[in-house]
Each structure stands twice: as C-alpha cells, then as structure tokens.
Design a protein around this ligand. Structure first.
Ligand code: G1P
Length: 313
C-alpha cells in the first residue's frame, strides 16, 4: 500500500491543463473504524458488510464504473485487507469455484476488476475527512476527480444514470466543481455540511459558502452534502492550508469554502434514492430496497412485507 510521504500528504503538481477536463479517477475515504457496526466490524470491515449478497463497496464501485471512471483510490488502513482481497487477485475460494465449474458466480466481480483499477493509500492517523482526501493528492495528480463517501449508497432507477454519472455530466458541461445536495429537515442540518447558495437554473445552485454541521439557527439553507463531490485538483492546495479544527480534524468543508470562492462550485439534487448505510437504520433500509429490486428474492420479500405490514410497502 502506498504511504503518503508526509502528513499532511505530499502533492506533486505536474502537467498543464489542456482542453476540457474529464473525470477518470475517484477517491473513497475508507479508513474509518466502523464503530457504529461493532461487534461485526471487529472482524469484517464495514465496506464489506453485505447489502443482500454484495459488499457495500461494490455498489460504490458500480456507481463509478457507470460514470466511466476507471481508477479508484481507496484511502484505507491495514485493518481493511479484506477490501483489498475483493479487488485483488483471485483467492482460494475463487480457484475452487473455477475448478467446480461455477465461475459464472464470479462474473460480476471479474468484470468489475477488469473495469476498475484500484490503488490503496494508507491513512495512518484519523485526522479527518479533509486529511483523507489530501492523502490521495499524489495519486490523483493534476486532474479533476470524484470523491465518494462509501457509507452513502445512491440507487438510481435501473438503466438511469448513476449518481456519480449525473455529477460527471454536469462537470463536463460546466467545467467546475459540482457537489450533490439533499434537502433535509431543519432539525437534521447539524449532521451535515450545509451549503449557502443562489439558484442558477432549475435544480442547479451556485455555492457561495458552506458550514460544517451548523445549528438549525445558523444553517444557511436546508441543502446538505450527502457525500458525492467532483473537485478540481486545486482542492489539494486549499486542504493543505486548512487548520485542524475540533478533535484535531482537517475538515473537507473548510477547503471547499475556499474552492467555492476562488474557483466556483455548483450543487444539484441527484435523481437517486439515498441511504446512509453507515447508520444502522439506513443500512437496514438499503438492504430492504436492494432486496426488493433483487431478481431472486424481490418478489418474495415484497410478499413478506405485505403480509407482515398489511400492504403498506
Ligand atoms: C461528513 C462531512 C459532511 C457531510 C457528511 C455526509 O461528515 O464532513 O460535510 O455532510 O459526511 O455523510 P461526517 O458524517 O463524517 O461527520
């Protein structure tokens, strides 16, 4: 696993911008301890907890692949070896399945490995989301990139563009940082980064500033960040200037304030169902929604829920 050469992480700027910029890379911060899912996460990284039959991180990976992103930079720790095994070379279970003529069962994972190259960068100290993103600087280099909080599962309608794909389309059109927002209740704002905006077009806001976890009284809007971002590489230099805040953490939102002011930033509500799978209730809800869509169990799950709750599903 690559290790950043210093902390905050080293970023070497090279190359020049030329022509419209495209998104080829995504960063997922995945070094968290998964404390909300203890004791399961003592032995299984939270990224590997299954939503029906697939690890959570595979839903993230599919969302990226749909957006034509071919490189994933996972900011992780040595405790997450199971994640590296998933994306890595075939293990003994796969070899046994091949021998038993059951390689069909592995098709989705084999295809995913072909389409998404995964690199690992260690975040040895929990210095916050901003620090995690900064750890990717060297791997990202001088190009725009996506950031995805893996806890957040975004499900589009089958056949419709994935959440990240929608952001990438807007980035391609405007060549400017784009972030997803969701509308939340006023008493929920303190869980999120919240944007200060003016409307530029239907479902497109210009972001003027942001506040991380405001109180209901200080929230500049009810539009909160659910963890899907497209950033230009300038975000790294702003991150390097961010002073550690509460708990010594480097906040991504603080660098985003400078980015919005100096380079511009747009916000949009994505056309996707969103689940906070980092939270127990959200995780169960995501399991139910994915279960209802699942070809093998969907119809029977619906029958069960209808029988159990009297058709209120
Ligand atoms: C982080 C970000 C916050 C964002 C949230 C989405 O907060 O700092 O801006 O709204 O993720 O889940 P955390 O949940 O890590 O405290």
């Amino acid at each position: 696993m690559a290790r950043p050469t210093s902390s905050p992480c080293y970023y070497k700027q090279n190359g020049q911008k030329s022509g419209p910029m495209r998104i080829h890379k995504a960063v997922i911060p995945a070094a968290g301890l998964g404390t909300r899912f203890l004791p399961a996460t003592l032995s299984v990284p939270k990224e590997m907890l299954p939503l029906v039959d697939r690890p959570t991180i595979l839903y993230n990976a599919e969302e990226l692949i749909a957006a034509d992103i071919g490189e994933l930079i996972l900011i992780t720790s040595d405790a997450k070896l199971a994640v590296q095994q998933l994306f890595g070379a075939p293990n003994e279970i796969e070899v046994a399945l091949e021998k038993a003529g059951k390689s069909d069962l592995l098709k989705p994972i084999v295809e995913m490995r072909q389409r998404l190259k995964v690199k690992y960068v260690a975040q040895d100290r929990p210095l916050g989301l901003g620090h995690a993103v900064l750890c990717a600087a060297e791997e990202v280099g001088n190009e725009p990139f996506a950031v995805m909080l893996g806890d957040e599962i975004m499900l589009s309608e089958p056949g419709a563009p994935s959440a990240t794909q929608q952001l990438v389309q807007l980035f391609n059109e405007h060549q400017m940082s784009v972030v997803a927002v969701i509308e939340v209740a006023r008493n929920e704002v303190s869980k999120y980064g919240v944007v200060k905006v003016t409307e530029q077009a239907p479902n497109l806001w210009r972001v003027h500033s942001l506040i991380e976890k405001p109180t209901p009284e200080t929230a500049p809007s009810l539009l909160a960040l659910p963890g899907r971002y497209i950033f230009p590489p300038e975000i790294f230099s702003y991150l390097r200037d961010v002073k550690p805040g509460r708990g010594g953490e480097i906040q991504l939102t603080d660098a985003m304030i400078t980015l919005a002011e100096r380079n511009g930033m747009l916000a949009t509500v994505l056309n996707a169902m969103r689940f906070d799978a980092g939270d127990k209730l959200g995780f169960v809800q995501a399991n139910i929604e994915i279960g209802l869509r699942h070809p093998e169990v969907g119809a029977r799950l619906r029958e069960y829920l209808e029988a159990r709750f009297g058709g209120q599903t």
